[in-house]
Design a protein around this ligand. Structure first.
Ligand SMILES: C[S@@+](CC[C@H](N)C(=O)[O-])C[C@H]1O[C@@H](n2cnc3c(N)ncnc32)[C@H](O)[C@@H]1O
Length: 260
């Protein structure tokens, strides 16, 4: 079971407020290019593809064939239909693909929805050709203070709604993820933090947070009081930004983990 139900309402909210505008993904494009070394016609499986933001980016950027595997019908319905993207029903632990049929796997913000990460890792290994990489976009809780050395407010939602960390800290750690994949024969090759940026202002973000509460697992678990406190924090920051001539673009940092 996913941690939240990705029904029609959630899928529409995800599409509207959780996709990163394409221009804000340029650092992801370069990071993925460096690690994947994409070539035309390569087959990449996007596991838990959601509304297809990365499936369509990978097909546009690198001319890849993308197999977008997604369990929720409502999310699948939002994936753009085009010849380079095949949309399939499935989960990380039951991939509707033959053995050794893919050149890479991509999982963005999905690990915490997989009920048995060990089983998922074995299933992913099964469908990959030997030597093919797994690329994971995730916020690993043990990368942040007090156990790691990064500040957790690199995650934009934690900056404004610090109690979202309560749920984010229950997500699979880097250590447990590497252990689960190592048991399936896939080992850490690289790890870095990658930034995404948003062209919209803080004021526009403030206008989106009610929908975000629908579409984001960590926001859903806030109490009403925590949510309202976060909104007030944002409101103050919006007023401050209005007095600043050129406010910095909004940004968010996540981990990119490569296993091979
Ligand atoms: C936070 S969304 C991320 C969507 C997309 N990867 C992105 O980054 O835009 C998580 C997605 O994982 C899917 N999901 C839930 N359980 C899953 C599972 N066991 N295996 C694969 N995907 C799953 C959900 O339906 C949802 O679309």
């Amino acid at each position: 079971m996913a941690r939240i139900s990705y029904d029609d309402q959630t899928a529409a909210a995800f599409n509207a407020v959780r996709e990163v505008p394409r221009d804000g993904l340029s650092e992801w494009k370069e990071a993925v290019r460096r690690h994947l070394c994409p070539s035309q016609g390569m087959t990449l499986v996007d596991i838990g593809a959601g509304t297809g933001q990365f499936a369509s980016a990978f097909s546009d950027w690198f001319d890849l064939n993308v197999l977008a595997v997604e369990p929720s019908a409502a999310m699948r319905d939002q994936i753009p239909r085009r010849s380079s993207i095949r949309v399939l029903e499935g989960t990380a632990t039951a991939l509707p693909l033959p053995d050794q049929s893919a050149d890479a796997a991509w999982l963005s913000l999905v690990l915490h929805h997989i009920p048995d990460l060990g089983a998922g890792a074995h299933e992913i290994r099964r469908i990959l050709r030997p030597g093919a990489p797994v690329l994971i976009r995730q916020g690993f809780p043990d990368r942040y203070e007090p156990t790691g050395d990064l500040k957790q407010d690199r995650i934009e939602l934690v900056r404004w709604f610090p109690e979202t960390a309560r749920t984010a800290n229950t997500f699979p750690s880097l250590r447990d993820t590497c252990k689960a994949f190592a048991a399936a024969g896939l080992h850490q090759e690289a790890l870095e933090q990658v930034r995404e940026t948003y062209p919209t202002s803080l004021a526009e973000f403030l206008g989106q947070v009610d929908s975000l509460r629908e579409a984001d697992t960590t926001m859903r678990n806030l109490t009403e009081e925590e949510f309202l406190r976060g909104k007030e924090r944002l409101r103050r920051a919006v007023r401050h930004a209005e007095d600043t001539a050129n406010p910095e673009p909004r940004d968010n940092w996540l981990d990119l983990l490569i296993l091979r």
